[in-house]
Design a protein around this ligand. Structure first.
Ligand SMILES: [Zn+2]
Length: 59
């Protein structure tokens, strides 16, 4: 069974470790930090939030 979390970028409900349908962020679960570049995303969480605010997408 998949575990739902709130997307750290757009707050939509998304499966843990899945790519958010709403904004394109791939969640890496707990322990995600704002400026950490590890994980599958090419930008940091902080950058993703800023991009989402402007473009409604991070891609
Ligand atoms: Zn999202």
């Amino acid at each position: 069974m998949s575990q739902k979390i709130n997307c750290p970028v757009c707050s939509e409900s998304v499966d843990k470790y899945d790519i958010c349908d709403n904004c394109g962020w791939q969640n890496s679960g707990s322990g995600e930090s704002e400026s950490d570049l590890r994980g599958p995303n090419e930008i940091s969480l902080k950058e993703a939030r800023q991009a989402f605010k402007k473009e409604k997408s991070i891609n």
